[in-house]
Design a protein. Structure first.
Length: 449
């Protein structure tokens, strides 16, 4: 005789809205709750059209019809000093079926070694069913094993990936102390602000040019599985107001790159900086007083102060022309980018494993790590840019841009850009706030699998 089935309905958290106003600092939030915790942004439907579909690298498949909802779902955990076999027995499974299910589990885990607290969802698919015909075993946050009873009566097991829900989060902020703090104050994932600096890295030197009162706003994809955040997607559109100069970027879905609304590339031949976040300790100066030699000596590059071991990026694609110890310069990497430009990275603590003379590197690839080898007072990177064999001030030279969008793609991209820019949140108001998170809510959701 079967045991009575145990079911308990899934409880959905309620919708809530909050508004707080204190002096000039304002935070407004309207959030839809899915898992008891508000996601770090508010969301609107992607609408499923090309403007919101995201680039191919987001790996979103076309929408597929969802299966009919189950009659009921019950959630269980393996209790301390218990087993999955006992849990299945409590759900009403006979010994022969329990053995079949446990045997199907073995490619993923030993049935006798599942940890206490392992989650199991049981699905009653039809009202007339006396016991579950589908089970989901959550082995860890990345692995779900789905057991299904076939019409033949046999049980099969397979990896299960829940449909991903795509939501669009909107953020805006004003810089008061630092760009990083403005993003943190907005409740934004640190990865997003890093991506923002990458997008506008050719237009703004985020080491030197960030000003108090700079503003930014953006929309970004977030993907959820069963109401829980699993990963970030792409920034769809963004604007950065740097001292009154507004820089705008829109993602071209087919290209996976960012362009101005007119279709011009934001990318230039070189990154503005070989380090993501660092301070400039000494600029390009033909008459600098040398701190060790105590004489006036030209400083024909830029020094970036950073901790030993900080990754150093190639500012552009090229070939490694030199990678070795070089006297007062210490460990040095020289990259030849074309017949005109080369870049030099000095005082490295060590080289990246794949960097050696003759090897090719990509823009943004890690080529070494900050150190203090050679003649140096402390850990830093000395960076030089040469044009036709002559020293050039990296902060003052104007470099060529990458190619614009092909003419045949321009009309469709402008439509995408118009829609994406219209969905940006308002600029944050108030110049004294560190940041304000702009919140928007939508009842629509887009599900992808």
């Amino acid at each position: 005789m079967r045991h009575p089935r145990l079911t308990s309905p899934i409880i959905l958290a309620s919708f809530t809205a909050a508004a707080i106003s204190v002096g000039v600092l304002t935070v407004r939030q309207v959030t839809k709750f899915f898992d008891g915790l508000p996601p770090p942004g508010t969301f609107q439907d992607g609408a499923g059209d090309p403007a919101a579909a995201g680039p191919p690298r987001t790996a979103m498949n076309p929408l597929t019809p969802l299966a009919p909802p189950p009659h009921s779902i019950s959630e269980h955990v393996i209790a301390k000093n218990s087993t999955i076999a006992r849990t299945l027995q409590n759900l009403g499974f006979l010994a022969t079926e329990r053995a079949t299910i446990l045997s199907a589990l073995k490619p993923w885990a030993s049935p006798t070694r599942l940890a206490a607290g392992t989650q199991l969802k049981a699905y009653i698919l039809n009202a007339e069913d006396a016991y579950p015909r589908r089970l989901d075993l959550h082995l860890d946050k990345n692995t779900i094993v789905r057991f299904s009873k076939q019409s033949s009566g046999n049980w099969t097991a397979s990896n299960y990936e829940p449909p991903l829900e795509r939501r669009i989060a909107s953020y805006s902020g004003v810089v008061n102390g630092s760009l990083w703090n403005s993003a943190a104050g907005a409740g934004m994932d640190p990865q997003i602000i890093s991506r923002l600096t990458e997008i506008f890295g050719w237009q703004v030197d985020f080491h030197r040019e960030v000003q108090r009162g700079d503003r930014w706003r953006l929309t970004v994809e977030r993907f959820y599985s069963e109401g829980k955040p699993v990963r970030l997607g792409e920034i769809i559109a963004a604007e950065y107001d740097n001292d009154g100069n507004i820089n705008t970027a829109v993602l071209a879905p087919d290209e996976g790159q960012y362009y101005t609304p007119e279709g011009n590339s934001l990318r230039r031949m070189f990154l503005r900086s070989p380090l993501r976040f660092a301070r400039i300790t000494s600029g390009f100066n033909a008459h600098r007083f040398h701190p060790i030699l105590h004489i006036a000596k030209p400083h024909l590059g830029i020094d970036y102060g950073a901790a030993t071991g900080t990754p150093i990026m190639a500012v552009g694609a090229g070939t490694v022309a030199f990678a070795a110890y070089h006297g007062a310069s210490g460990n040095t990497v020289t990259l030849r980018h074309n017949s005109v430009y080369s870049t030099h990275y000095k005082h490295l603590s060590r080289f990246a494993a794949d960097v050696h003379p003759g090897s090719r590197v990509k823009m943004g690839q890690i080529i070494g790590y900050v150190g203090r080898t050679g003649l140096a007072t402390g850990p830093h990177l000395h960076f030089e840019l040469h044009a036709n064999g002559r020293y050039v001030d990296p902060s003052g030279v104007r470099l060529p841009t990458a190619d614009p969008l092909p003419a045949k793609q321009l009309a469709s991209f402008k439509a995408v850009a118009s829609k994406a820019l219209s969905e940006l949140p308002p600029w944050s108001a108030g110049m004294l706030t560190d940041a304000r998170r702009t919140s928007r809510d939508s009842d629509d959701e887009e599900k992808t699998q």
